[in-house]
Design a protein around this ligand. Structure first.
Ligand code: ATP
Ligand code: MG
Length: 230
């Protein structure tokens, strides 16, 4: 069981194939220590999302094992695992409903005050207050009244409220202005504090601030280290 987890992630010689013809990951070994921010970088198809998929146990390794706090994920109940992991996707999942409902998504029992507090911490409260009906503003499925940066802040508020030990973040590639970029970086610092974070990183600012950068190429680790070492 994973009840009170630390968020220590180990890949022990993990090989993985989606199909018989091609190997997506070649016997990868890596460690993500509790509280660390790990950036995954590499060209398209290098295996970044595959690593995230295995941590979330969307698939099991073909060989080797993925472990959290020393426990093979095959021996972990999925509910418990998913309660401890939040995934913040590039294309933030927004459903039709109010902003309040969208942030509350990962923690249905959260009070309005807790939702607003989470939005404040990540700096989303400002733009929400400016919407026609504030937190009660209705958004469409694609979140079309929100900018890319605002959607990202909304997803951070949602993840913060869910309070997971592990966060997997697929960073948005959409270009955003410098001001929004600063807001997002500040929000990220608050969101990631005290959690193990795996970021599929596209922004230099994120990569620079990571404790460990893993460079993938064709399903292998090409090199790893912090920004000064690489
Ligand atoms: P990107 O930067 O484009 O998101 P990535 O580094 O996340 O790339 P992965 O999605 O991990 O790359 O893909 C690794 C390899 O696995 C690629 O060769 C890809 O074609 C293959 N692959 C990914 N998802 C699937 C799938 N669902 N079925 C079959 N093959 C897949
Ligand atoms: Mg990917």
């Amino acid at each position: 069981e994973l009840d009170d987890i630390k968020g220590h992630i180990v890949f022990d010689q993990v090989q993985f194939s989606y199909d018989e013809d091609r190997i997506a990951l070649h016997e990868i070994s890596l460690e993500m220590k509790p509280g660390q921010t790990v950036a995954l970088v590499g060209h398209t198809g290098s295996g970044k999302s595959t690593i995230a998929n295995l941590i979330n146990r969307f698939y099991d390794p073909t060989k080797g094992a993925v472990k959290i706090d020393g426990v093979d994920l095959r021996d972990v109940k999925l509910d418990g695992l998913r309660q401890n992991i939040s995934v913040v996707l590039q294309d933030t999942f927004i459903f039709s409903g109010t902003i309040m409902e969208n942030i509350r998504f990962g923690r249905p029992d959260a009070s309005d005050e807790e939702v607003i507090e989470a939005a404040k911490v990540v700096g989303a409260d400002d733009f929400i207050q400016r919407l026609a009906d504030g937190y009660e503003t209705e958004v469409e499925e694609r979140g079309n009244i929100l900018s890319a940066g605002e959607r990202q802040l909304l997803s951070f508020a949602r993840a913060l409220l869910a309070n997971p030990k592990i966060i997997i973040l697929d960073e948005a590639t959409a270009s955003i202005d410098t001001e929004t970029e600063v807001k997002i970086q500040n929000a990220l610092k608050k969101l990631l504090k005290g959690r193990t974070a795996i970021i599929i990183a596209h922004r230099l600012s994120t990569i620079r601030d990571s404790d460990n950068i893993i460079v993938l190429e064709h399903g292998r680790i090409l090199e790893q280290g912090d920004h000064d070492e690489l």
